[in-house]
Ligand binder design. Structure first.
Ligand code: BGC
Length: 424
């Protein structure tokens, strides 16, 4: 196969988020951890912890991670990767891997620990991080809100509160003013769909609500919050590129019956497009997070032959192509803002990256305007409700010593980034 070249100026990156890597935080989730760690470890011991998607995939436990997952400490974020203090070391790694963008998130609870009180020191710290990235020729891709809230926001009704859009937009505007022309790319809100579903419909994440009504309200508030923030930020920094990151799923049918086709159409509209459609006119690009496809109806494939990652998601570097092609309808630039796998022993990641990029390249060749690929994640990190055991990093973390080791797969990725080319 010939070499596959990516468009000139393509962004190659890796992503993290504050709570998952920074350490030393006090927010809604760090409070939640304290009251749920023991319970979650116990559930892991007793139940099919391996299958935290409840009902997705096989049921038996994966013995490789049982011990870690049964330990309450696994569910306490603590100092995590201590990225707050060690960011220079981590940025050295970005450079070593020839990456030219870094997606990270600003921790709202550090910036505005109490309503209306903005912390200049915390703002200064993020400014230093941004300056360091710029010096290294790495484009900062800045997320303003990635799932967790300052405690005061949560206490005042969280995202369901009527005041949420205003609160969020005030913070977002402040950030745009502080960073000025040093930041070009902003993600206002990470994966609104995941947040609304996991926090307000399925009750897996704080504030653990299970309500169709609240799910609707929260989705509405997020939409309002993004739009307001977009307008305010553009007022201050008109040259910035602002969007949300959306989690896309490719819905597939095994048998083309009228019912399965109709269900697919509905699922596509509900999960992939409805919010995006409503945000049109308030987005400068599509932030595309992609992890997996969903088969509609009874999955009749031979399950034993399906390769699975450590958290039981199907190894699937191909369906991203369908999800990208479907986005041609919007005629907008697309940045792949997350994509990756949990693979502690780096058995699959190298292959996953090259195969996924082959699919992406094909979508570009067929006219999809993809302008960047940002891998999740730069470092192994605190994987939300599952804690530390799932390992998504290009870089392996030894948490006790904070030692970082660049994985083989990261070298493969680094080579692609360096040459802007994939060996076919
Ligand atoms: C989230 C990340 C998370 C990743 C892997 C995404 O939905 O934005 O925070 O770590 O998925 O589960």
């Amino acid at each position: 196969m010939p070499k596959l070249e990516f468009p000139k100026g393509f962004l190659w990156g890796a992503a993290t988020s504050s709570y998952q890597v920074e350490g030393g935080l006090h927010n809604e989730w760090t409070e939640w951890e304290k009251t749920t760690a023991v319970k979650r470890a116990k559930e892991a011991r007793e139940e099919s912890w391996h299958d935290s998607w409840r009902g997705y995939g096989k049921k038996e436990r994966n013995p490789e991670f049982a011990e870690e997952a049964s330990d309450p400490n696994n569910y306490l974020s603590g100092i995590a990767c201590d990225h707050w203090n060690r960011y220079e070391e981590d940025f050295d790694i970005l450079e070593e891997l020839h990456l030219n963008t870094y997606r990270f998130s600003i921790e709202w609870s550090r910036i505005e620990p109490e309503e209306g009180r903005f912390d200049d020191e915390a703002i200064g710290h993020y400014k230093k991080m941004i300056a360091s990235l710029r010096r290294r020729g790495v484009e900062p891709f800045v997320t303003l809100w990635h799932f967790w809230l300052p405690v005061w926001v949560a206490k005042k009704g969280g995202v369901a509160s009527k005041k949420f859009p205003e609160r969020f937009a005030r913070y977002a505007e402040r950030m745009a003013a502080a960073f000025g022309s040093d930041v070009k790319f902003y993600v206002t809100i990470n994966e609104p769909d995941m947040y609304a579903s996991f926090s307000y419909l399925l009750g897996f994440w704080p504030p653990e609500k299970r309500s169709l009504r609240l799910h609707y309200v929260v989705t509405k508030r997020i939409e309002q919050a993004h739009k307001l923030a977009y307008l305010k930020m553009k007022g201050i920094a008109p040259d910035t590129e602002i969007g949300i990151t959306k989690q896309f799923m490719s819905f597939q049918v095994l048998r083309r019956t009228p019912i399965s086709l109709l269900t697919r159409r509905f699922a596509d509209w509900w999960w992939n497009y409805s919010l995006l459609d409503r945000l049109m006119g308030y987005q400068d690009y599509i932030g595309f997070n992609y992890y997996q496809k969903k088969i509609i109806g009874k999955d009749t494939r031979d399950q034993t032959s399906i390769v699975r990652t450590d958290i039981d998601w199907e190894y699937d570097p191909e369906s991203i192509y369908d999800a990208l092609i479907a986005l041609k309808r919007y005629d907008m630039p697309i940045y792949i803002t997350e994509n990756g796998i949990a693979d502690a022993f780096d058995r699959l990641r190298g292959r996953f990256i090259t195969e996924t990029l082959t699919s992406i390249h094909q979508a570009i060749k067929e006219g999809t305007d993809v302008r960047g690929y940002i891998h999740w994640s730069l470092l192994d990190n605190f994987e939300l409700d599952k804690g530390f055991w799932p390992r998504f990093g290009l870089v392996q973390m030894e948490y006790a010593t904070q030692k970082r080791t660049i994985r083989e797969s990261a070298r493969i990725y680094g080579k692609i980034a360096e040459t802007n080319t994939l060996d076919g």
